[in-house]
Design a protein around this ligand. Structure first.
Ligand code: SAH
Length: 325
């Protein structure tokens, strides 16, 4: 039994079956607090870990938006769930060269990942929650952050729970499922409200769907393979598809401007990933195959290009970022 498995057994014995949301929250909090899960020896690989080009495109997008907003000197770079800090390091290299001199804020709960982030971006400030965001215009990015936040599942109007059967975990009901994530919506609303009052832009990049109503999308990944959701609690990554229609609505209802929802492949191509790949290849001809395959992984429909979506939320006085035309 894993330590978290024992704790969850005790909890369910004491409280009765717990909601899927409580189970996912407990699992992911433990999971991220106890490891660096990224890369080939880890459980999964995210876009910034595939290639520096991903963070560079994010940096180019934010820098362009900041320049067109009049280069406010007090604007800050803020990232939610920065992982190893790779995206931030690549994005900030581009942004600094465009003249951006602002502070860096990381919203991160995992002490282990905070250490990795410190190694990548030494002068960052760490925050526990989006409630602590600074009172400045913000350039915000969240890649594969919302998908790790817990979801509620409802079956015929009743919230699905996890119980213990024969010493193992089991769902208390099955059937046509509706997923909701109040915590995701609350975070998007909090950011949209802050942007509306202080100015700025936020990019949300994640795997998910553009329209609501996909049913049960909860999944577990361990060692680059799918695993049963209730197995190995706290030892595998639990995620669910992000419902971008709800993100869009939450942003708009909070008073912010919202772009279209576009696919990651289209977005990266509109931002010029192919030109960047050509430039990188010219200066590193020995890496030509790696660069080509990274572009393929990030943009092709068979890989991350279509499943991953991007949306931006911005204040009315800031321009819409590029890539969403
Ligand atoms: N953006 C990174 C990492 C994605 S994994 C990348 O693309 O590589 C999810 C990240 O969100 C991790 O850094 C994890 O520790 C963090 N995280 C998960 N739940 C969180 C929460 N509730 N508050 C803050 N950070 C959280």
């Amino acid at each position: 039994m894993t330590p978290l498995e024992r704790a969850l057994h005790e909890r369910i014995k004491a409280e009765g079956p717990i909601t899927v949301e409580a189970f996912m929250e407990a699992c992911n909090t433990y999971y991220y607090a106890t490891r660096d899960p990224f890369g080939t020896v880890g459980d999964f690989t995210t876009a910034p870990e595939i290639s520096q080009m991903f963070g560079e495109m994010v940096g180019a997008c934010l820098a362009d938006c900041w320049l067109r907003a009049g280069s406010p000197v007090n604007a800050a770079y803020t990232e939610l769930g920065p992982g190893r800090g790779t995206l931030a390091a690549d994005a900030l290299r581009v942004m600094r060269s465009a003249g951006f001199g602002g502070d860096v804020h990381f919203v991160e709960t995992s002490p282990i990942l905070r250490e990795a982030q410190r190694a990548a971006v030494g002068d960052a400030h760490w925050l526990d929650s989006v409630d602590d965001l600074p009172q400045e215009p913000q350039l915000i990015v969240a890649n594969e952050f919302l998908d790790a936040l817990p979801v509620q599942q409802f079956i015929q109007g009743t919230e699905r729970r996890v119980m213990i059967v024969g010493g193992g975990f089991a769902f208390d009901r099955d059937g046509q499922t509706v997923e909701l994530s109040p915590i995701r919506e609350e975070i998007v609303r909090a950011i949209a409200r802050r942007l509306t009052t202080k100015g700025g832009v936020a990019l949300f990049i994640d795997y998910g769907h553009a329209r609501i109503g996909r049913g049960d999308t909860l999944q577990a990944v361990r060692g680059h393979r799918f695993s049963p959701v209730l197995a190995n609690p706290g030892e595998q990554d639990l995620t669910s598809h992000v419902d971008f229609e709800t993100v869009e609505r939450a942003g708009r209802e909070a008073g912010a401007s919202v772009t279209r929802i576009v696919t990651q492949g289209d977005w990266l191509k509109r931002l010029g990933i192919e030109a960047r790949a050509a430039g990188l290849t010219q200066s590193n001809p020995e890496r030509a195959d790696d660069i080509r395959s990274a572009v393929e992984r990030l943009t092709s429909a068979e890989q991350m290009g279509e499943l991953f979506k991007v949306i931006a939320i911005h204040s009315a006085d800031w321009p819409a970022p590029a890539g969403f035309e």
